[in-house]
Design a binder for this molecule. Structure first.
Ligand code: ADP
Ligand code: ZN
Ligand code: ZN
Length: 745
């Protein structure tokens, strides 16, 4: 149906997180209201007024006039969502089975959603045409004279914020009154990057670094490509990133560097700022609301064209994006755990495709998945096999703890580690001790009857914390006093088992009474600043030993650390997860990589009860390729991803019987669907309902349906299962479907 006149209609997504309204609504745009795609508006919706997002404008509509309502007002003067990000929202909606409203919320940070975004202009000042002739006649203050001198060379105007002079605005206003100057909103212009040279030339790049930069440069100039930069720890990947970013800026394009949240230390941000000055913006969860908003604005307005940030910075509103880099691509933090559950790696890949940008994934220990894809030709492989400046990889010694016990050493430190700590401390160098379990002891057990203290609300053992002499649940935070006698048999032989970081610290201090220690785990780093404080103090040499969980494994550069000790390398090996081997290898390789990054060579001692395990042995030689070959063979043989897809539908609720019944019903339905034709029967490997390994958390019972199928051709089945899980939602039982879930617990 054609409409007369120049009436326009806006296609609008309303900001309501409900499947039923996950569609495009049409509204009339009142005369005189200027709207473009990507702006937020206020619209009537039923009896309410809600916020909506304009996703398109048309001249005609099929909606009958009597049903058509009008936009009430515009909330922005400029689009807050760039066209490419609008497309990315549509991608998120499909890929994460979310609504468009939820996808848009993901893209637009809360701080921005709650504020108003103004156009791309800033107040500027320039001298008027008349100024030259009038200057002789007009009296003016010292400030005003100073301002005139500063702006005289720039006839097109200077942004007031860029004039380094106090009271510049007042002076400009005063000159304006006298007709000498003009204050006006000037469109923000891109600043040229002429001053970037020099700042980057701190090092001569190694051949491998040069080669990598050259390949990325070619991609920036030509057809967009994606890369996997696989470089051993200490091979200088950061320097490659910085050069790639600079190349990108020199071509007039913007760049995003994603890092795991934990790497966003002031040190990293400092380098970035030093290299790119005001062109760099930082986006991470440690910023205040105001800071986040300001940084986002600087990016949106084109003032900052390089963004460094954690996962969600993949949505940063960088226009004409040329490059996305993902450092430590194997990190699990790139997977969002809140809805929509996106994987930043996948979003980055899609965004690069949409904006014709180059993608660089970097790691010393790429995920098996990414490496397998790279070998299949999805990424170009760039390798850096050596450390910079001829520094050797650390020398790794594996100590068999079974032998220690046989020889009568009951300490948690082997003789080798004890001696090495002693030597290192004597030489005035620093030690890192890695132990991936926090707390003091992981469980408390009665020696007489075998009773173990469990959380009253969850199916996990309570962890002993020596600091406040309490038992804590690491899942729900419940606390209780340490029982003095067994609650079951009243025997006094109740003992602590399982070593945590607190106990490592305690025992270290027993064996080396004068030692100074910094401990880093969730318990000592509750505030954002705590972590930074501890790291800085250790880097400055204020403590001799750093003890920590996986928090200390990645990214940090401690030049004076020459000894790394791993207390129990097999600890992460025996978790019920097909990725345990991969995670153990990655963790060990990264931890070992902390040694010998300065001028002194490094040494690593790995204690384990399974010295022959390939993940441990190959991490010791830092041989990623050998590990990959072995691991991928195991995955193929055992039918694990990437050959298959594992899916789990988690059911949780207060009534165990409801939860169980819902899971069993779902198991039947899915089984039924899979047996309906031969193709489906060939697709599926297993459908199985069972209690989750963690059968109860926070008093909620947990059941799961576990599904395994061949990866090839699985789209239809995945769609069906996700639909079925969605459809089965009930009041008493919560249902969550996850593909290759981050945890199987
Ligand atoms: P990676 O991330 O690959 O483990 P880094 O980027 O942290 O390695 O670099 C390791 C160390 O080497 C850093 O201290 C860095 O400043 C230094 N470095 C990087 N490139 C060079 C180079 N070309 N010559 C000398 N030192 C370098
Ligand atoms: Zn007992
Ligand atoms: Zn609990």
């Amino acid at each position: 149906m054609r409409r007369s006149g120049c009436q326009t209609y806006a296609q609008i997504i309303v900001d309501i997180l409900n499947e039923q309204v996950d569609k495009v609504f049409t509204y009339a745009v009142p005369e005189g209201m200027e709207l473009t795609s990507g702006m937020r508006v206020l619209v009537p919706f039923g009896p309410r007024r809600v916020v909506g997002m304009v996703i398109g404008l048309t001249e005609e509509t099929d909606v009958p006039r009597e049903r058509l309502r009008s936009v009430l007002s515009a909330l922005d003067d400029m689009p807050v969502v760039l066209p490419e990000l609008m497309q990315l929202a549509a991608y998120l909606r499909t890929a994460c089975h979310s609504t468009m409203a939820a996808a848009l919320r993901c893209i637009l940070p809360y701080q921005v959603r709650s504020g108003r975004v103004r156009p791309l202009s800033r107040l500027a000042v320039r001298l008027t045409q008349e100024a030259e002739t009038a200057l002789g006649r007009c009296a003016r203050s010292k400030k005003q004279q100073e301002l005139i001198e500063r702006i005289a060379p720039w006839p097109e105007g200077v942004r007031i914020g860029h004039i380094e002079m106090e009271g510049a605005l007042q002076a400009a206003r005063a000159l304006e009154k006298k007709g000498l100057a003009e204050v006006f909103p000037m469109e923000v212009r891109r600043t040229p990057y002429a001053n970037l040279e020099g700042e980057l030339d701190a090092y001569a790049l190694t051949d491998a670094q040069q080669a990598a930069v050259a390949r990325i440069r070619d991609s920036l100039d030509g057809e967009m490509q994606s890369f996997l930069l696989h470089g051993v720890t200490g091979s200088g990947k950061t320097e490659v990133y910085l050069h790639a970013v600079r190349e990108c800026l020199l071509r007039g394009k913007g760049a995003i560097l994603l890092v795991p949240e934990i790497s966003l230390t002031p040190q990293m941000v400092g380098w970035f700022r030093a290299r790119f000055g005001d062109h760099a913006a930082v986006l991470h969860s440690g910023l205040s609301q105001g800071e986040k908003y300001d940084e986002w604005r600087r990016v949106r307005e084109g003032e900052a064209r390089v963004v460094i940030g954690a996962r969600s910075a993949v949505f940063a509103p960088v226009e004409s994006l040329g490059l996305i880099i993902l450092d430590e691509e194997h990190e699990q933090t790139y997977q969002s755990e809140t809805h929509p559950c996106y994987d930043a790696r996948e979003v980055a890949r899609e965004r690069c495709r949409l904006q014709r940008a180059t993608l660089v994934l970097g790691s010393a220990t790429p995920s098996i998945d990414t490496y397998a894809r790279t070998l299949r030709g999805h990424n170009v492989l760039l390798e850096m096999r050596q450390r910079v400046a001829g520094r050797p990889l650390p020398e790794v010694e594996i100590v068999d703890m079974r032998q220690e016990i046989i020889l009568g050493n009951r300490s948690m430190f082997s003789r080798a580690l004890h001696a090495a700590i002693e030597e290192t401390l004597l030489a005035g160098q620093q030690v890192v001790l890695f132990h991936n379990r926090r707390g003091h002891s992981s469980f408390v057990k009665c020696r007489a009857c075998g009773y173990t203290v469990h959380c009253p609300h969850c199916d996990v053992t309570m962890t002993y914390h020596a600091v406040d002499d309490t038992l804590k649940c690491h899942y729900c935070g419940a606390e209780m006093a340490l029982p003095r006698a067994c609650p079951q048999c009243a025997s006094p032989y109740i003992r602590k088992f399982g070593v945590g970081t607190q106990q490592v610290e305690e025992k270290l201090k027993q064996e080396f009474p004068a030692v100074t220690v910094v401990r880093m785990d969730i318990d000592t780093t509750k505030g954002k600043d705590e972590m930074v404080k501890l790291l800085t103090s250790f880097r400055k040499g204020e403590a001799q030993v750093l003890i920590g969980t996986q928090m200390i494994a990645k990214g940090h550069d401690f030049p004076n650390v020459t000894l790394v000790g791993v207390i129990a390398a097999d600890m992460t090996l025996n978790l019920p997860d097909y990725r345990s081997e991969e995670r153990t290898f990655q963790l060990l390789t990264q931890v070992e990589g902390r040694a010998g990054r300065g001028v002194h060579p490094g040494r690593v001692i790995v204690q384990t009860y399974e010295p022959e395990h390939y993940a441990i042995a190959m991490a010791a030689t830092q041989d990623y390729r050998a590990f990959y070959e072995q691991e991928i063979m195991r995955r193929r043989r055992r039918l694990y991803p990437p050959y298959t897809i594992m899916m789990r539908i988690l059911f949780s609720g207060k009534e165990a019987s409801d939860v169980r019944a819902a899971a069993e019903l779902m198991e039947m339905e899915i089984n039924d669907w899979f047996t309906r034709d031969k193709r489906r029967r060939d697709q599926v490997i297993q459908v199985h309902a069972m209690e989750a390994p963690l059968g109860r958390i926070r008093d909620e019972y947990r059941y799961q349906v576990f599904i395994k199928m061949y990866a090839k051709g699985s789209e239809e089945a995945l769609d069906y299962i996700e639909g079925a899980a969605e459809g089965a939602q009930a009041k008493a039982v919560r249902i969550e479907a996850e593909i290759n879930p981050a945890s199987f617990m």
